[in-house]
Design a protein around this ligand. Sequence first.
Ligand code: TMP
Length: 207
Amino acid sequence: MPRGRFITIEGGEGAGKSTNADFVLQLIKDRGLDGVATREPGGTPLAEEVRSMLLAERDETVDPLTETLLIFAARAQHLAKVIEPNLQAGRWVVCERFTDSTFAYQAGGRGVERRVIERLAELVHRHCWPDLTLYLDVPVEVALPRLAGRGLDRFEREHKAFFERVRAVYVERADAVDRIVSIDASRELDTVKRDIGAALSRFIETG
Ligand code: TMP
């Protein structure tokens, strides 16, 4: 049984990750491939509990290293219970967010040293990096109004400067890392989907 492929969808708040993750899974199934959708932080009952802890508004400020360790704890569980078993069973895994989010939010946003994240990634998933990452790029001033009218979580309440730092790391990684394809997600959804379809076809046909 050939191992499945691991595809992640990345982007800031309001980039359209969920809609486009559903779309990617559908494209995979349309090709007769078996696929599952999941997300981070979360994806298992325990990891979803950690997600709730991370997103909750609280009086106690959360130390950035604590936040990073909680994210990697949830990731270890998610890898062990969902990502690895599905890949080993030949299924394609479509995951909203993974370690690129940790570089963007915890290193870029919170100022955690990148080498800390590199070391944790090495410990938790040295052999399992995404095969393809679709980064949905949206300027902060376009993305933030998309959140209006929702109840905001602990991350979504951050200031514009935080989101600018998050985006800067994403843009830098999209330039530097071959598996990351940057898609301008500030455009109409149909146009974004067309580009996602093209990137996925290229990946399937060449890789
Ligand atoms: P979501 O809103 O895209 O579902 O993600 C929940 C929040 O978790 C989002 O605001 C970003 C944050 N997050 C991190 O800060 N670091 C990470 O590594 C991951 C996976 C998510």
